[in-house]
Design a protein around this ligand. Structure first.
Ligand code: ADP
Ligand code: MG
Length: 352
C-alpha cells in the first residue's frame, strides 16, 4: 500500500513536471512566433538605428548594444573630437599613431578595398568629404580651386600601416581618414557578434538601411527585406529579398545630397580623381553578403564602378551578390540571388 502510494505520488510529480515543461515550451513557442519583437530605435553613428530581437525580451541587452554603438562612434567618427580616427588625422604628416587591434584591422580592410578598386573607393577620402560636407547644414558646392587644392591629399598610397605595432600613419599634413563608407557595416557586424554571444538567434539590426539578419525568422523561413527605392527617400521599397544570416547594404543617390541653385543635385559618393560626385547610370546598389563590413565597403565601391564594371566586379567575388538600379528604373541582379529577389514596384523593369 505504502509503495503503491509512493508510486502514485511519483507519477503525479512526473505529470506535473511534464505539464510545466509543456507550458514553458508553449509560451516560448508563442513568444517566438509572435509578430512583435522587442525593438528599440535611437540616433547614433549619424543615423537612425533600429534593433529588433525576436527571441529575447532583455531590455538590458538592448542597453548594451546601444552602448556599444556609442563606444564605436567615439572611436570611428570624424565628426567628433578625440576619436581614434580624429587622433590619426591630427597626426597626419607628423607621426604614426598606435590604435587598438579591432580599429587597426578595420582601417586595413579599408585599405584593402582601396587597393581592390584601384582607388575608386579610397579610405583617405576625408578632405573631399569635409569640403563638400554633404548631409550637414554647412554643405556647399566647392569652387574648382578648393577641389584642386584637396585632390593631392586623397591617396591611400600615402598611408602606412604597421602590423607589428598596429600603427597608422597618414604621410601628408591635411590628409584625413574617413570611415563613412565602411564604418556602419563594421558597427552592424559588431552588434550581431554581441547579440549572438548572448544567445540571440532571431534578430534584425538596421543602421540607417545597413541591415543584418541574425538567423532566420522565428518560423524558420527567410526574412523578407525590402530593397530601398533610390528615387524615394521616404524609405519605401521597390522589391524584396529573402535572406538569413546575411547583410544587405545600399548606397545611392537618395541618402545624402545637396541641390544647387540651377537644380543640379550632388550626392555624397565622391570620385577621388575629380573631387566631384561620381556620375554614372546608377541610382543605387544593394550588396548582399555575409559580412556587413564587406557589404558596406562594396556598396560604396560598386556604386563608384557603375553598372557594367560593377556587375563584373561583384560576380568575381564569391558569396557576394548585388542589385543594381539605374537612373532609368532598370534593375539588374547578380546570378546568386535571381530566385531570392522579387520586384514589387511596377515603375521598375527587371532586366536579367
Ligand atoms: P551611407 O553611409 O550614407 O549609407 P555609403 O555607405 O555609400 O552611404 O557611404 C558614403 C560615405 O562614404 C560618404 O558619406 C563618405 O563618408 C564616404 N565616401 C564618399 N566617397 C567615397 C569614396 N570614393 N571612397 C570611400 N569612401 C567614400
Ligand atoms: Mg558604404
Amino acid at each position: 500500500m505504502q509503495i503503491h502510494h509512493k508510486t502514485h505520488l511519483f507519477f503525479i510529480l512526473i505529470l506535473t513536471s511534464l505539464v510545466v515543461i509543456f507550458l514553458i515550451s508553449c509560451s516560448k513557442e508563442i513568444h517566438l512566433s509572435s509578430k512583435t519583437p522587442l525593438s528599440r530605435q535611437n540616433f547614433v553613428l549619424g543615423t537612425i538605428v533600429t534593433i529588433s530581437l525576436y527571441d529575447s525580451d532583455s531590455e538590458e541587452l538592448l542597453d548594451r548594444a546601444f552602448n556599444k554603438l556609442t563606444e564605436l562612434e567615439n572611436i570611428l567618427s570624424i565628426n567628433k573630437t578625440n576619436t581614434v580616427i580624429d587622433t590619426i588625422n591630427h597626426h597626419a604628416g607628423i607621426t604614426p599613431v598606435e590604435v587598438d587591434e579591432a580599429t587597426y584591422h578595420l582601417i586595413k580592410k579599408g585599405l584593402y578595398y582601396s587597393e581592390l578598386t584601384s582607388g575608386a573607393f579610397d579610405i583617405t577620402i576625408g578632405p573631399l568629404v569635409k569640403l563638400w560636407n554633404i548631409g550637414f547644414p554647412s554643405a556647399h558646392i566647392p569652387s574648382q580651386e578648393e577641389i584642386t587644392n584637396k585632390l593631392p591629399l586623397v591617396d591611400y598610397h600615402l598611408m602606412t600601416l604597421d602590423d607589428s605595432t598596429h600603427s597608422v600613419y597618414l604621410g601628408k599634413e591635411g590628409m584625413l581618414l574617413d570611415l563613412g563608407g565602411i564604418g556602419k557595416g563594421y558597427a552592424t557586424d559588431e552588434i550581431a557578434k554581441l547579440l549572438r554571444a548572448e544567445g540571440v538567434n532571431h534578430a534584425i539590426i538596421n543602421l540607417g538601411g545597413n541591415i543584418y539578419t541574425i538567423g532566420d525568422k522565428p518560423d524558420n523561413r527567410l526574412w523578407t527585406i525590402g530593397v530601398q527605392n533610390p528615387f524615394n527617400p521616404n524609405g519605401d521599397s521597390m522589391g524584396t529579398i529573402g535572406i538569413s544570416n546575411q547583410s544587405i547594404v545600399t548606397s545611392g543617390i537618395y541618402e545624402r545630397y545637396i541641390t544647387a541653385e540651377d537644380g543640379t543635385t550632388y550626392h555624397h559618393i565622391l570620385d577621388p580623381s575629380t573631387g566631384y560626385p561620381f556620375t554614372n547610370e546608377l541610382a543605387g546598389v544593394s550588396i548582399i553578403s555575409d559580412s556587413s563590413t564587406d557589404g558596406d565597403a562594396l556598396s560604396t565601391a560598386t556604386f563608384a564602378l557603375g553598372l557594367e564594371n560593377g556587375l563584373t566586379f561583384i560576380e568575381s567575388i564569391d558569396g557576394v551578390d548585388a542589385i543594381f538600379i539605374t537612373m532609368d528604373y532598370k534593375v539588374y541582379t547578380t546570378s546568386g540571388i535571381k530566385n531570392q529577389f522579387k520586384l514589387t514596384n511596377s515603375e521598375f523593369t527587371l532586366c536579367n
